[in-house]
Design a protein around this ligand. Sequence first.
Ligand code: ADP
Length: 255
Amino acid sequence: MHPKPSPAPHAALLCRDLAKIYDKVHALDGISFKVGKGEVFGLLGPNGAGKSTCMKIFTGLIRPSGGQAFVYGKEVVKEPLAAKRLMGFLPEFPLLFDNLTGREFITMMGLMRGMEKEEVDERVAEFTEALALEEQMDSLLGTYSKGMRQKISFTAAMIHDPPVLILDEPTSGLDPRFGKYVKDIIRRKRTEGHTVLMSTHITSVAEELCDRVAIIDHGKIVAHGTVREVVERMGVNDLEEAFIAIVEGGVRGRR
Ligand code: ADP
C-alpha cells in the first residue's frame, strides 16, 4: 500500500470569490487569489478599486457580502481570533488613542497580543532606536505629526512579529528615510518566511518589493502574476504603463 500523501500545506492567505457591497456600491466583485508563505503580494489599483476593502476583510474589520478569506487555513469569519493572532495590520488611516503616549500605545498592543512585558519593552527599545523616536516616545499621540503616527502604527502592527503582515499603503506619504526602513523590513520579513499582503498605487514600489501583484479595478482583478508576467501579457513596457492602460480602459474588468 502506498502511504497516504500528506495534505498540502495551507496557503498563508487565500480568498475565494470575495465580494463586498456597501449599500449599492460593489466594492469587491468576486476576487480570488492565493499568497504563499514568504511571499510579498501587492494589490495595485486606482483609488476606490477595492484594495482596502479586501484587506479589511482579511483582518476581520469588515465582513464580506460573499466569498471566503483564510489566513493559514483559518476562515476569518468563522475563526476570527485564530486568524487575527497570525496577523499584524497597518491601516491606511490609523486610529490611535490620542491620550496615550507612543510607548503606552505600543505596549498595550503587545500585551493584548499575549506578549510578556519584558519582551515588549525590548522590542519597543529596538523600534525606538531604529525609527529615531527617542524624543517622542513618551509624548502623547495627540501631539504627533502624520509621519510619526505612521511610524507608531507600523510598529504596533509588527510588535508581536506575526507571520502575516497586511499593510495598506505602507510607504505613502513617508519621508525617504522611513520609506526605506519600511521597505527594508518588508524584504527582511520575506527572507524570514513571513508573508506580506500590501496595497499600493505606486507602481515603482510594487516593482521593487512584490513577488507577485494583482491589479484591481472596480472590484475585480484585471491582471495578476509577477510584474514581468503582467507587463509581457499586456504588451507594455512596465507596470506603470500596465496600470495606466487599465485605468484608462485599455483592459476591461468592469461590470
Ligand atoms: P481602495 O482602497 O482601492 O482605494 P476601497 O476599498 O477603500 O478602495 O473602496 C472601494 C469602494 O468602496 C469605493 O467606491 C469606496 O467609495 C467604497 N467604500 C469603501 N468603504 C465604504 C463604506 N464604509 N461605505 C460605503 N462605501 C464604501
